[in-house]
Ligand binder design. Structure first.
Ligand code: PLP
Length: 441
């Protein structure tokens, strides 16, 4: 019996003993194709020599330096590199150790920004249903997933929620895409007015919804509308790019493709690509300037922020992405994967939607394609797909059940950027087998 509190307390997962490229091997010698990059993390695959060398160099030089005493060249260079690749106006970086920590940091930075401006009344974040922002108490509170929140509800701040941008499920046949988008923005504006514009700190959203929706991209113009509303009411737009950022959608930041710049962006996962636990919050220069001229510090901090080995790994990841032209490769391989999924699942009677951007793709499973009726949650189709996929040596990221009252099952694919076309066809073939086996009566 394991002493670790595993995800399932009834079952210990296989032991991973080695990994290289897009393959992970367990202690029984079974090999698994990593078609989900873990949880959209391993963007360079496993065992990348450049990242390993950069980490080794940094470990030899200086493995740890506390930020109360020092900064390091690698942390400074990483921040400079991220800012150079970030949306317009982003000028400051706070390095943390993961996605939930990045979201907590983003929420506190946003609040302190208003406090330092003498505006202490603001305490409300508006977020979306069917979203995930992490498992710590602040991040959990803004997340739109009631079964995760419910047991901890008395500990969480109250967060008004609006509909996600989920055209496949929510756009009525009688509505054009523009009309649907306008209705979502009306709902957001109503929520801001109801909360009181002078009480709201910001609006939190994932540019491309990851785990809770199976790679749902926004409709055209949605985030331009969000930006305009945030500007009109003087509130901040906080983009959670923990899953969709760092090149995963074919641009360094997913929101670039929507033509707007957020006030604050959280990233993690692909930042360290799994080589180190690392996340970051990026903020508009004006936000940090206000703190600089106000109290002079951000009231935050963790023991491992700006960790030199994590920074070295993340910097190496950034360099490999630039040197090897991996953003273009993500766009190209993403288009190939989407085409392959279309060929195999496009007419499948239980696949309702194939969607996503770059190498963050999802398929949604339905009982009935015409009515979009989902499978019963008790059937746990997503769990069966995961099990059948693992039995076929394939890691995919299925999610499902009931999230904020909505039933559904989907499978998320997020392979490493270095995946080849032949590996993609093997992934799709194994997935097709796994889905059919899971659906078998
Ligand atoms: N935000 C999003 C969009 C995520 O997908 C996740 C993790 O899946 C998080 C935040 C939390 O990140 P972490 O698990 O690194 O704490």
């Amino acid at each position: 019996m394991s002493h670790i509190i595993h995800r399932s307390l009834r079952q210990t997962p296989p032991h991973a003993v080695s990994a290289s490229g897009i393959t992970v091997v367990d202690s029984a010698g079974r090999a698994y194709l990593d078609a989900s990059g873990g949880a959209a993390v391993s963007s360079l695959g496993h065992g990348h020599p450049d990242v390993l060398a950069a980490m080794h160099r940094q470990i030899d030089r200086c493995a740890y330096a506390h930020t109360a005493f020092f900064t390091t060249d690698v942390a400074e260079e990483l921040a400079e590199t991220l800012v150079a690749r970030a949306p317009a106006g982003i000028d400051a970086v706070y390095l943390v150790s993961g996605g939930s920590e990045a979201m907590e940091t983003a929420l506190k930075l946003a609040r302190q920004y208003f406090v330092e401006g003498g505006d202490e009344r603001r305490s409300v974040f508006i977020a979306r249903r069917q979203s995930y922002h992490g498992n710590t108490l602040g991040a959990l509170a803004v997340g739109g997933n009631e079964w995760r929140r419910k047991p901890f509800a008395p500990l969480l701040m109250q967060v008004p929620r609006v509909a996600p941008c989920y055209a496949y499920r929510d756009r009525r046949d009688s509505q054009s895409v523009d009309e649907y988008t306008a209705a979502l923005l009306d709902e957001l504006e109503t929520a801001i007015i109801k909360a009181g514009p002078d009480k709201v700190i910001g609006f939190v959203a994932e540019p491309v919804v990851g785990a809770t929706g199976g790679a749902i991209p926004p409709t055209p113009g949605y985030f331009k509308g969000v930006r305009a509303l945030c500007d009109r009411y003087g509130i901040l737009f906080i983009a959670d790019e923990v899953m969709c950022g760092m090149g995963r959608t074919g641009t360094m930041f997913a929101i670039e493709q929507d033509g707007v710049a957020p006030d604050i962006v959280a990233v993690a996962k692909g930042l360290g690509a799994g080589y180190q636990p690392v996340g970051a919050v990026l903020a508009q220069g004006a936000i940090v300037e206000r703190l600089r001229h106000g109290s002079g510090s951000f009231l935050h901090g963790h023991t491992c922020i700006g960790h030199p080995v994590a920074a070295a790994a993340a910097l190496a990841v950034q360099r490999v992405i630039a040197r090897d032209g991996l953003l273009a490769q993500v766009q190209q391989r993403g288009a190939t994967l989407k085409r392959m999924l279309g060929n195999v699942f496009g007419k499948h009677e239980h696949v309702g939607d194939i969607r996503g951007r770059g190498l963050l793709l999802g398929i949604e499973l339905v009982q009935d394609r015409a009515t979009k009726e989902p499978f019963a949650p008790e059937r746990k189709l997503h769990a069966a797909i995961k099990q059948e996929a693992m039995a076929r040596g394939l890691m995919v990221y299925p999610m499902g059940g009931t999230i904020d009252g909505r039933r559904g099952d989907h499978v998320l694919l997020a392979p490493p950027f270095i995946v080849t076309a032949s590996e993609l066809s093997e992934i799709v073939a194994r997935l097709a087998d796994a889905v059919d086996a899971a659906l078998a009566p």
